[in-house]
Each structure stands twice: as structure tokens, then as C-alpha cells.
Design a protein. Structure first.
Length: 520
């Protein structure tokens, strides 16, 4: 049998996502948590204690904050929250797992039966709300503890011919989200992953820095191969472990989609008990590689942890957690487009980082206080941040909310621009001045006045400048009189130069067109 006998190939993907929760301490001990910003970059084996190392006599104690963070994610994913859940021991040996078992949840997960709607995406990867969304089912979201990790080079990057076991990560609260096998393309998996990361970051439960392992993706992939004779062959499931970038996630899925039918033609293995295989992703070669045959659940010898009591979640507790959930990123993105008239690219840039998004909303509120209509305020604030703000943030290597300028001053610049009292160029310059630490506490209008950025409201001077420019540029003036209104741009630019930028470009254009009898 050859490729010529294959009629079509259908991709089937389910996804497991491991999310390190950014609590101050670990899941079952008081040891500091490396997933929390305060302990990022700690030296190996400094964030440990007797519980983490499984020393005799040490006992685990549940971290309530981790449970509440997990509940928040579950509620954001439309999950039901279990009234009763428990902790189980998942037994396996690995050098960075001190106890030789992991505390996890097996048959009674904290969150279950949820879903997330993913929108269609355009060619650039942005949401397309005009299309039909796809509902992806969430089987469960359960809590467990992370393992440590093996270092194959010494701290500082020095080569070694042995491995170092670093237990810093051992015991970190880990939320595992498991989806139904309902993805039909790599792009769908990627947009789901991005939405989940944004949700977690917006809830404040994870930093979501994938290069640091805060989120790790493990797709379970197989294909349904339809033969030309009508038979359907289902290939064995392959689980790709520990993908920590969207590029790798997409690449691994697309590689398996292409390679699984080839494997079946070679070995004729089909999905069944004991056929699941774990593979890793070789980014350099752009392919997956076999790691091991996958264990079934019974191989882990799950049993209830005798040292930890069950967890009971009543309606009052769940209600308090639900009240902490803010408007989520995709809902904000859609609202910004509908309420403020932003494009999808602009709106996506504003919701990408939680602190930037909240800073933007403060700017909008301050503009509203300055009597700018809310629908207009959203557009003005977006323009200021995505133009003057984004460029400077990129230059400094910080987020826009960290530049130093206050929301009140962003709003004040926007109000001055709306009133025609400063030009676009002056607004950009004023933004930069007020983003300097020593200037950030001052008022926008005061600084604009000191620096001569305010537009001169002198009609006589404007008329004089326009006359001079028209006289010096007869060809452009004649083109405008002949109906070529675009030629007015050159005249407007010359007037702005004469005025030193202290006039409003819109007012200059109106004066030029009026003088030349055009634009009526």
C-alpha cells in the first residue's frame, strides 16, 4: 500500500497544558515558589525545605491560594467546580522527583466540564469575529505539584560531564488543563493556547513566560486516514512533551499530521491499548523524536494521599472567588472594537499585557473626566499609547505602563490635541517629555507652554504664512485650483515649517483650500 491509496487525512488533537501558578509559596510547603516574580532566577537548590526534599517526618499542608487560583481559571473556562475533591499519589521514579511520587488529583478534579470558544483567525493570526467560533470542551483542570529539573550545564553556562539535580521547581503549584480531542488544525490549538495564556495572565495567576516554563503544552495527536476503498484507519496517539513556544506547538502538530500516515504505511500500527507513544520536539531539525512508550493510568498506581484531607468547596467560597474574576481579554478586545472603533490589531495590542490594558483604561477614564465622549476617548487614548507610547517602550525595553507618564497626563495631552491646541508632532514630543522621571509629576499644559508647543491662535499670522507659501509654490497652488486637492499637502507642510509647528495642520489645510477656492 502506498500514498496513492490514501484519499484524505483528518487531524485530531487534544491538549494538555501545565500552568505554574505564581503563589508566594509552593503547593504543599512554605518554601518559596520560583514561579513567583520575587524568586525568579534563584540559585539552584535554594528554594527547598524538608517537605520538598521528602525528608522523614515532613508532612504536606495545602496552599489555599493555589486552590483559589485554580478555581479562578476553571470559572474563566466555564467549568463546574467540584463540591468535594481530594489529593492522590501518582507514583513514578525520576531523579528530580524526591518522593518518587507526585501529589495530584485523579478521579475527583477540582474543575471539570468546561469549554472555551475560539474565534476564527485571519491570515495574520488576529481574531475574525465575523466568522463562526468553535467551542472546545474542557474535560478537567486539576491541581498537582511540579517536579524539579535536571541541569546539564553548570550555573553560568559552564560545560560539565554530569547532571545537576535542581529541586527549586519541585513542589511548585501546577494546574493541568485537559481539553477534549476537538482541535482540527494546528492554528486552532495555537489560538486556544494564546487565549489560555492571556486569561491566566489577566487573572494574575501566572506570569505566563513560556521560556521560563510557566506554561508547557503537550498535544495528543493522531489522524484518521481515509483510504480510497472507503476504509478508515486511526493512527496511534502521540503525546508531544513540554513544548514551551507557540512556534514549537504549531510545528510539532503539523509534523505529526504529515508523518503519521507515512508511519502507518510503514508499520501498520493503529490506535489501541498500549500503542500510545511519547515524543519530544527537535526544534533544530523540525521533527519529533521518540522518547518512550506511554504509560496507562493504572501504571501510576494512583491512591488517595493519606497525609492530606479532602477539599470541600461550598457556594460561599466559590462566590468569593468568582467575584475576583475581571472582564477577560477576548471580551475586552471585542468591546474595544465595538465601543471605541478600534481595529483588531490595535485592540489586540492593548489586551496583550494586563498592566498595559489596565493603564489604557485609566487613560480612557481620565479623558472622560476631561469631557471627551467615551467612544472618542477610547480612540484618542489608543492612538497616544500605540504611537507615542509603544515606540518609546520598545526603545527602553519596558511596557507602556512603565514609561513613567501618568494616565492623567496622557489624557491631558489627548484633550489638548482634541481642542486643536497642539499638533500631532507636538503631542508626541510632549508625551516623551512627560515620560521622563523628573517631568512626570508636572502638568501637560504647563510643560507644553514652557516648551512653546502650544498652537498660536493668530488668524492674521496664519493668513500671512499661507500667502507666502502660495506665492513661493505657484505650481502646487495651480494644481490645487485645478482640483488636485492632494497637492495641498505640500503647501500645508511649508506653512507648518514657517510657523515652527505652532499651528494646527487641519486649520492650515482649511485656510489653504479656502484661499485657493478648492475643497468646496
Amino acid at each position: 500500500m502506498t500514498h496513492d491509496d490514501i484519499e484524505s487525512v483528518r487531524l485530531v488533537v487534544g491538549l494538555e497544558v501545565h500552568i505554574e501558578l505564581a503563589t508566594r509559596s509552593k503547593m504543599f510547603s512554605r518554601a518559596p515558589n520560583p514561579a513567583a516574580p520575587a524568586y525568579d532566577g534563584a540559585a539552584p537548590n535554594t528554594l527547598i525545605d524538608p517537605v520538598v526534599l521528602a525528608l522523614p517526618g515532613s508532612l504536606p499542608v495545602m496552599n489555599k491560594a493555589a486552590v483559589e487560583m485554580a478555581m479562578m481559571v476553571g470559572l474563566a473556562l466555564n467549568c463546574s467546580i467540584a463540591e468535594q475533591t481530594k489529593w492522590d499519589r501518582k507514583s513514578y521514579f525520576y531523579p528530580d522527583l524526591p518522593k518518587s511520587y507526585q501529589i495530584s488529583q485523579y478521579d475527583l478534579p477540582l474543575c471539570f466540564d468546561g469549554s472555551l470558544e475560539i474565534p476564527e483567525v485571519d491570515a495574520a493570526g488576529f481574531p475574525n469575529f465575523a466568522g463562526e467560533p468553535r467551542r472546545i470542551g474542557i474535560i478537567r483542570a486539576h491541581l498537582e505539584e511540579d517536579a524539579g529539573k535536571l541541569l546539564h550545564e553548570a550555573p553560568g553556562g559552564h560545560a560539565i560531564d554530569y547532571s545537576i539535580v535542581d529541586y527549586n521547581r519541585a513542589g511548585t503549584p501546577l494546574l493541568e488543563v485537559v481539553t477534549q480531542p476537538e482541535f482540527r488544525s494546528a492554528d486552532e490549538v495555537v489560538i486556544f493556547g494564546k487565549m489560555l495564556r492571556d486569561i491566566c495572565r489577566f487573572l494574575g495567576v501566572s506570569e505566563g513566560v513560556m521560556q521560563k516554563g510557566h506554561m508547557r503544552f503537550e498535544p495528543n495527536i493522531n489522524t484518521q486516514v481515509t483510504l480510497k476503498d472507503g476504509h478508515i484507519v486511526t493512527t496511534p496517539i502521540v503525546e508531544i512533551k513540554n513544548l514551551n513556544s507557540f512556534k514549537a506547538l504549531k510545528g510539532a502538530i503539523e509534523y505529526e499530521l504529515a508523518d503519521q500516515p507515512r508511519r502507518w504505511l510503514h508499520d501498520h500500527r493503529v490506535m489501541g491499548k498500549g500503542t500510545k507513544v511519547t515524543r519530544g520536539w527537535d526544534d533544530a531539525r523540525g521533527q519529533t523524536v521518540v522518547q518512550r512508550e506511554k504509560e496507562d493510568a493504572h501504571d501510576y498506581r494512583y491512591f488517595p494521599d493519606p497525609d492530606l484531607p479532602p477539599v470541600y468547596v461550598d457556594e460561599a467560597w466559590q462566590g468569593r472567588v468568582r467575584e475576583r474574576i475581571p472582564e477577560l481579554p477576548m471580551a475586552r478586545l471585542r468591546r474595544y472594537m465595538e465601543q471605541f472603533g478600534l481595529g483588531v490589531k490595535e485592540a489586540a495590542a492593548l489586551v496583550e499585557e494586563r498592566d498595559v490594558c489596565l493603564f489604557y483604561e485609566l487613560c480612557v477614564e481620565d479623558l472622560v473626566k476631561l469631557k471627551v465622549e467615551r467612544s472618542r476617548a477610547g480612540k484618542v487614548a489608543a492612538n497616544m499609547l500605540l504611537q507615542a507610547g509603544a515606540r518609546r517602550a520598545n526603545e527602553r525595553g519596558v511596557q507602556m505602563n512603565e514609561l513613567g507618564i501618568t494616565p492623567a497626563n496622557v489624557a491631558a495631552i489627548g484633550r489638548l490635541r482634541e481642542d486643536g491646541r497642539i499638533s500631532n508632532q507636538a503631542a508626541d514630543e510632549l508625551f516623551g517629555v512627560l515620560a521622563e522621571p523628573e517631568q512626570s509629576v508636572r502638568g501637560a499644559e504647563e510643560v507644553a507652554g514652557e516648551r512653546g508647543l502650544l498652537i498660536v491662535k493668530d488668524d492674521a499670522a496664519l493668513e500671512k504664512w499661507v500667502d507666502e507659501v502660495i506665492a513661493a509654490n505657484p505650481k502646487a497652488a495651480e494644481d490645487v485650483r485645478a482640483g488636485k486637492v492632494a497637492a495641498a499637502g505640500r503647501l500645508v507642510g511649508e506653512v507648518m515649517k514657517l510657523a515652527g509647528g505652532k499651528v494646527d495642520a487641519k486649520g492650515v489645510r482649511e485656510a489653504v483650500l479656502r484661499k485657493l477656492g478648492a475643497g468646496k
